[in-house]
Design a protein around this ligand. Structure first.
Ligand code: DQA
Length: 142
């Protein structure tokens, strides 16, 4: 069964209770159920970490195993050059990596307007709630 890594950065483990006005009231377990229903013939390997090195190690794993990635880098989006370099390794290896955001960062605070990841991502989807992940998945499974 083809695997897809769905990687989530810091604070996303608090989805469901974190700022529901911005992020909704569903948690990552609910997201996994949605994605599995959308792509029953794929193994949805959904993970979350608050740790930058752990998130990077999962991108190295994607490179080595040639596994497509849906990445919500969360706050790392805006400043982590280390994560950007790791994401670049994925796409330079010919493996798709789609950056997703639940909210539309461009409609929020100024510091969220810049992504250091986008330039090395295959594509970016933002602002559609959990549907941002579902749109990314549909692209990877088409
Ligand atoms: C986010 C947007 C980021 O600015 C923020 O730091 C997050 C979540 C989103 O999914 O909308 O943690 O990536």
């Amino acid at each position: 069964m083809a695997r897809i890594l769905v990687l989530n950065g810091p604070n996303l483990g608090r989805l469901g209770s974190r700022e529901p006005d911005v992020y909704g009231n569903q948690d990552l377990a609910a997201l996994k159920v949605l994605l599995e229903a959308d792509a029953p013939s794929h193994d949805i390997d959904l993970r979350q970490t608050d740790s930058e090195p752990e998130l990077m190690s999962w991108l190295f794993e994607a490179v080595d195993s040639k596994t497509p990635v849906i990445l919500n880098p969360a706050a790392f989006t805006h400043y982590s050059y280390a994560l950007r370099d790791a994401a670049a390794m994925v796409t330079k290896a010919g493996v798709p990596l789609i950056e997703v955001h639940i909210s539309n960062p461009h409609s929020r605070e100024e510091f969220r307007h810049n992504s250091v990841i986008s330039a090395v991502a295959t594509g970016v989807i933002a602002g559609f709630g959990f549907d941002s992940y579902r749109l990314a998945l549909s692209q990877l499974t088409r």
